[in-house]
Design a protein around this ligand. Structure first.
Ligand code: NAD
Ligand code: UDP
Length: 321
């Protein structure tokens, strides 16, 4: 039987990952029953250890490339490695989880009549030639490069979401998430914010790929989770795709300098080759989210970095720096 409107039974795939664990926490705090499904490919039990004793929380080890039979009211589909290093480690699996995983979760949504939200990505815009990126931009994506397993996998997932919506009348929400950071990123995750903080705390050189003039716009995790929950709560007619991210843009070199200043580290900068297809600029146009959700990020980069640095200082993985 379904839960009442105020308390829902909610499935979070990838719930033991970085974003997923914060989302599970917020959904529980809002009084919902949460089923976290994860195969622990990049996620960790430790991310949800503090939720294990919560009476409304449940974890199930499962790979969403295989069908899942549960009864739920809402599904947040987050399962997929997100760091380039992780999604390029087994690219075939990355496409499988994006596409087969989406088909399985859409099938589950169809059977249970659940509303389903897809964690899509700014990577659907590829190396964008339009700046900032609006949702009506179709992107500039290499279909055969080393990032393609993720980019094209996520693009195909969006296609599936919209076809299930048109063909089977599913209630869908597609969020295009831009670079998000915060506590519980894996120290070996390989993404730029965690790399720089861990390197700075260990006193190691900060690895700048390329000349460090490429840009990204960094959103603090609490802001992002708020955006996802607001999008899920919109009327059925709102499907997205909707950009969610912080529109304040920085060069990667500026990020490195901010991390050094905030950690008080004596780390130097070293320049390493730019990985292929690394987007040169990225900034979300969040007009749609502002208008539809009344949402915008509240945590500035400096404050978000402070909180993230405090988290990494507290973990042995950062070398107890
Ligand atoms: P993450 O790697 O920390 O989390 C992904 C989670 O999915 C992990 O817990 C992992 O174990 C799980 N997973 C992977 N394959 C699975 C499978 N086959 N079955 C079940 N679970 C599986 O990454 P994250 O940053 O938390 O990203 C979460 C989602 O948000 C991803 O879909 C990602 O593409 C999307 N996203 C994140 C960002 C960001 O900046 N963090 C940006 C754009 C999109
Ligand atoms: N980057 C870097 N040094 C690192 C890790 C990443 O200079 O140690 C750069 C990377 O080349 C990219 C940007 O930082 O230009 C963001 O990389 P990330 O892997 O976090 O995410 P992306 O947005 O590329 O998916």
């Amino acid at each position: 039987m379904r839960n009442s409107d105020s308390s829902k039974r909610i499935l979070v795939t990838g719930g033991a990952g970085f974003l997923g664990s914060h989302l599970c926490e917020r959904l529980l705090a809002a009084g919902h029953e949460v089923l976290c499904v994860d195969n622990f490919y990049t996620g960790r039990r430790a991310n949800v250890a503090h939720l294990m004793t919560h009476p409304l929380f449940e974890v199930q080890r499962h790979d969403i490339c295989f069908p899942l039979y549960v009864e739920v009211d809402e599904i947040y589909n987050l399962a997929c490695p997100a760091s380039p290093i992780h999604y390029q480690f087994d690219p075939v699996q990355t496409t499988k989880v994006s596409v087969h995983g989406a088909i399985n979760m859409l099938g589950l949504a169809k059977r249970t009549k659940a509303r389903i939200l897809q964690a899509s990505t700014s990577e659907v815009y590829g190396d964008p030639q339009v700046h900032p990126q609006r949702e009506d931009y179709w992107g500039h994506v290499n279909p055969i490069g080393i990032r393609s397993c993720y980019d094209e996998g996520k693009r195909c997932a969006e296609t599936l979401f919209f076809d299930y919506h048109r063909q089977h009348r599913l209630e869908i929400k597609v969020a295009r998430i831009f670079n998000t950071y915060g506590p519980r990123m894996h120290p070996n995750d390989g993404r730029v914010v965690s790399n720089f903080i861990v390197q700075a705390l260990r006193g190691e050189a900060i690895t700048l790929y390329g000349d460090g003039r490429q840009t990204r716009s960094f959103c603090y995790v609490d802001d992002l989770v708020e955006g996802l929950m607001r999008l899920m709560a919109t009327p059925a007619a709102v499907t997205g795709p909707m950009n969610l991210g912080n529109p304040v843009e920085f060069t990667i070199r500026q990020l490195a300098e901010a991390v050094i200043a905030l950690t008080g580290s004596s780390s130097s900068l070293v320049f390493q080759p730019l990985p292929s297809d690394d987007p040169s600029q990225r900034q979300p146009d969040i007009t749609l989210a502002r208008q539809t959700l009344g949402w915008e990020p509240m945590v500035a980069l400096e404050e978000g970095l402070r909180r993230t640095i405090a988290y990494f200082r507290g973990t042995a993985a950062a070398g107890d720096a």
